[in-house]
Design a protein around this ligand. Structure first.
Ligand SMILES: [Ca+2]
Length: 366
């Protein structure tokens, strides 16, 4: 019975072979020993096209985005609902489209969700964050309102970032990519390129954001010097963690704190595609944060979740899960003293994870 298994679930992409994807439930033994050998994947739904984000709803249901611009409710048994009405127009090109979705921490009473997408507009497109209510019949989004838009818009189909995390204080973190050709903007505070922003649920700016009142700096900015973050999660202590794609090599895990500079593109453990240094080819510089962990070669990380449950045994409790798009595995990262102590590769050869996110209790979705 599924209820006997931990709620590690997985939403995966079947490559480019067909315009259909499968959402799968992964289950692991309750036994703490040899848990990795007992992880397995279980298909729960098929027929999705480029699923990108997933939020858990009450009664074991899922809210899933499809990158071309659809959002659906999927039942606990895997039945696909019809695409929800009310999803705004998205710039569905390249890496862009309808991307992450999360349920408000009080969804059970307010039916509020937040989602982010590639927003078309004057000058091209950029990442936008919207809030909406899921109608009681679950056929449409109501009261849809864009509460934040990345500035400026540019003509690019790359590097949108777009992971949403609700912090314990009720503010929302949103990761924003550097849009690829604007990578140097990640070091300037007058654009939202290559940043993490922190906004209130109505789009307002928290007064204690680090750059409020600092000249031309945009007040939504929380941290900067990021490349393209497609995974973010709250740690058990309530702090924000994220990972970001490096160029060729140099994917990173970071713990962004208020006002910190995470270095891109000045410091990186990667190089240009095809070889050649980026900038001065340095990996550290005063005033710039070092990652907590990095991968060379790149694993192309997607999705992130901490495991907080006791159900998986002491070995797994506190582990950080990250999907690898490139090498098609699920990484379990074991922490010790705030550092990465060990990486275990799960589900190697299974086909890869399209996204990791938040689960209902203490779980990982990927
Ligand atoms: Ca960095």
């Amino acid at each position: 019975m599924r209820s006997n298994f931990p709620t590690i679930s997985c939403l995966r992409l079947w490559g480019r072979l067909a315009a259909s994807c499968t959402a799968a439930i992964l289950a692991a033994s309750l036994a703490p020993l040899a848990a990795a050998q007992q992880v397995r994947a279980q298909t729960v739904a098929t027929g999705l096209e480029h699923p990108w984000g997933v939020a858990f709803l009450p009664q074991g249901r899922f809210l899933v985005t499809e990158r071309p611009g659809r959002m659906r409710v999927i039942s606990a048994q895997g039945a696909l609902g019809a695409p929800l009405a009310g999803v705004p127009e998205v710039a569905a090109r390249g890496q862009g489209g309808l991307l992450d979705v999360v349920a408000d921490s009080a969804f059970a009473t307010n039916r509020t969700i937040y989602f982010c997408f590639s927003e078309p507009g004057s000058g091209g497109n950029s990442t936008a964050l919207a809030r909406a209510r899921l109608s009681t019949d679950e056929r449409r989004l109501e009261e849809v309102r864009v509460i934040f838009s990345q500035k400026p818009k540019v003509a690019s189909s790359l590097h949108f970032g777009c992971r949403i995390v609700e912090a314990r204080d009720g503010n929302l973190f949103l990761t924003l990519g550097d849009r690829f050709q604007r990578k140097d903007d990640a070091q300037t505070l007058d654009t939202h390129h290559g940043k993490i922003v922190r906004v209130q649920k109505d789009g307002g700016v928290p007064r204690d954001n680090p750059f409020v009142g600092r000249g031309s700096a945009l007040p939504e900015i929380w941290s900067y010097g990021h490349r393209n973050a497609q995974g973010a999660a709250l740690a058990p202590d309530g702090t924000l963690w994220m990972h970001e794609h490096g160029p060729q090599g140099g994917d990173e895990i970071n713990q962004p704190q208020a006002g910190r500079n995470h270095g891109w593109p000045v410091v990186t453990f990667g190089e240009n595609y095809g070889g050649g240094r980026i900038g001065d080819g340095i990996t550290q510089k005063q005033g710039m944060e070092q990652p907590l962990h990095y991968w060379v070669p790149s694993i192309a990380p997607s999705g992130m979740a901490f495991l907080t449950s006791d159900r998986y045994g002491e070995d797994w409790k506190g582990s950080l899960f990250v999907g690898s798009l490139k090498f098609a595995y699920l990484a379990r990262l074991q922490l010790a003293g705030g550092k990465m102590a060990r990486e275990e590769k799960l589900l190697e050869g299974w086909g890869g994870c399209a996204t990791c996110g938040r689960g209902r209790t203490a779980s990982c979705t990927c």
